[in-house]
Design a protein around this ligand. Sequence first.
Ligand code: ARG
Length: 462
Amino acid sequence: MEKMWAGRTAGAVNSIADDFNSSIHIDSVMYKQDIKGSMAHAAMLSAKGIISKEDSDLIISALGDILSDIDSGRLEINPEAEDIHMFIESVLTERIGDVGKRLHTSRSRNDQVALDTRLYMRDKISEIKRLLLDLLDAVVFVAEGHKNDIMPGYTHLQRAQPITFAHHLLAYAEMLKRDIGRLCDAGARMNYSPLGACALAGTTYPISRAMTAEALGFDGYCQNSIDAVSDRDYCVELLSAFSLIMTHLSRFSEEIILWSSWEFSFVELDDAFTTGSSIMPQKKNSDMAELVRGKCGRVYGDLIGTLTMLKGLPLAYNKDMQEDKESLFDATETVARCLEVFAPMVRTMKVKSENMYAAANRGFINATDLADYLTKHGMPFRTAYKTVGEIVSRCIKENTVLDSLPLEVYKTYSELFDEDLYEEISLKTCVGKRISEGSTGPCSVDTQIENTKNYIKQMKEV
Ligand code: ARG
């Protein structure tokens, strides 16, 4: 293909170098954004008297045709083209001749690619926010169905204190809300138009950057033309927001994998989200959760790759920056696909509350509450802690639990113990009496569910 930039050189690039240089395999997904940006640019050029109204109208209508031809599959994107910007401009010129060549007045691919990427990611951010809301919705749905189901809460993966399954799930709801918040923040910061920065120095034509910025739905335009074409902070911000989403999904995945094991048997994933083994007939594997956990590493790699690509780059545009889209788009699709499978997987999982309860009943997880019992009857906490530790140790030796130890035995440790201790350390009381804000107690869990539902409703409206 003849290079549009042939002139200074003959444009005859070695074919291996040509393939190496090309980015069409990755940037062709931005064809819509590229065309939209070009339409706004053409309209502005004519509004400012830089090209004629007729030329601008012709360019805009031809671009509209190209858009619908690509959408419908009538026009195939040529994989031999250098990039999507060159491809669309070359089709335009093929179709309308010299008028098409006027489009690139006061524009460079440097501001064009920066524009397209921002527009493309703006749409993708909305898609990922929607997917996060779907997962949030699934989490609240399961939480609401298991408000009173008691399970052991863990620290160090050792049974620690009784909590409800709803409370545990709602911890993920908070993470997901912050994830959405981060995308909103990054989206707002990047919503400034680089168009009109041209190669780096701006232009001698009387363009209006404000006009194209407004037409394309930006909150304004980038203030410094050199920064406008050099800045890839938004890629890093988004990649870091994506990385945190994957961190959360990987932790959730890990728990689902553990809970699905025979050893825990707290949940059973729906068959539709599991696979069997090719050799072991008894297997039901949580492959989806494992894959999500695995893909987390890939997204971190995209983040670190982009940071490393940018490190030490001189201003303004350098071809290194073409690599940004490889990482950014890979992470975007990975996160989207993970969220897509995660929400229905969570929504349909079967919760085995009886096993959770049994596990909670066996691990001395009411020991803190027994210590609190003594403290409330006047014993200093540290002394109570030590006394209960000794009682637990005795129970372990005698293969019994706190709830079954006779009162006479309790009395040998402290006269403060009385019949009501059993009620006080029942799992139901331990959970039910947690009254602090954000705790596992029913009042707090109800508030969390209510707040999250309101949040989802409000976010779906915007
Ligand atoms: N394909 C290029 C990229 O993605 C577009 C910008 C090219 N600019 C240039 N000066 N060669 O970065």
